[in-house]
Design a binder for this molecule. Sequence first.
Ligand SMILES: O=C(O)CCC(=O)C(=O)O
Ligand SMILES: [Fe+2]
Length: 372
Amino acid sequence: MPANNPLPGVPLVESPLFRSMLDDLGLSPEERRIATDLHERGYAVIDFPDPAIGERVDRIKKRLAPRFGIDPNDTSTRLETGGLQRVQDAWREDEDVRAIATNPAVLSLLERLYGRPAIPFQTLNFPIGTEQKLHSDSNHFSSIPERFMCGIWLAMEDVHADAGPLTYAPASHKWPIVSNLMIGRRGTGGALQSAQDPFEDVWNAMLAASGSQQEVLLIRKGQAMIWAANLLHGGSVQTDHSRTRWSQVTHYYFEDCIYYTPAFSDEALGDLAVRSIFNIAADRPQPNLYLGEVLKAKDDGARDEAGTGRRRFPWQRKPRPAGRLQPQAELPGDFDAAAYLRLNPDVAEAGMDPAEHYRTFGYREARPYRQG
Ligand SMILES: O=C(O)CCC(=O)C(=O)O
Ligand SMILES: [Fe+2]
């Protein structure tokens, strides 16, 4: 760790002082290459540092395949593409998923790259391409200070070009993190459904204006890509619907931050959609910290009906902004909070309370709220 870093609130690997500190990060030549790629391009491809990774991913695929109706011996079936085909937080019941998320060599590397201990807080296992539109994870998983977040996408099989590989815009992590204010909208008080949709036009416009070419990630089983919080990425179109694209994504935050969803926040008004995250490696909830001090959010009565541990509250006690949309609809008797999050991944990704979302937006949009 550099002895004198005058910018501790900026990840080392994203710091304007990166070059001057690179020799002090304790990196091997390969790690130096990874750090430089992340700094310059916003992503780095690595060989996942686990000698047992091949057997691990085979075991995970075998366990998860039946959930998606996938028969590894039958490649003639048409597979359903899309973001709904995923298992979130399989680490809770799958030791191999957990071992990947908490890999000590990865955690050590991330700590040296970011200057703070890394916190794996969410896993996603995808059997096939997501075709998720281009986005920045900063709009889903932001932190104060910003950019203390990254993702790792592990290939659980060789990625085929027709299987809808991950796609990304190199160096787009250097662009501004597009905030609500930049696009002239409030995060609270409107009929908001998605942390991503309102930003898509401007991301695409910036991409076109930059002249930068999107790339696709064609890596082999056991390789992985680390990407910076603000790198634009998504799932490309799956052209061969018989192909799987097994992968595991682990999302990481870093210590001593406030974790929140900016799309549903008005920062300047002190209204933050704060997340309650779980540190998978330490096996405990991770507190929101502001310069080492626990953030004392005053509970304004927001409920956590689904037991997700996520609540939305203003972190300063103040009157609700006028015009804020209040939940209106009754919750149906057969409302299944877990199914709602599964069927509406944008709600899950935004960290919103499923019942509150349904009662405010979901009922009007006739969103599905139970299986079958
Ligand atoms: O795997 C994909 O296609 C996209 C995944 C992604 O955007 C994420 O997990 O942050
Ligand atoms: Fe993402």
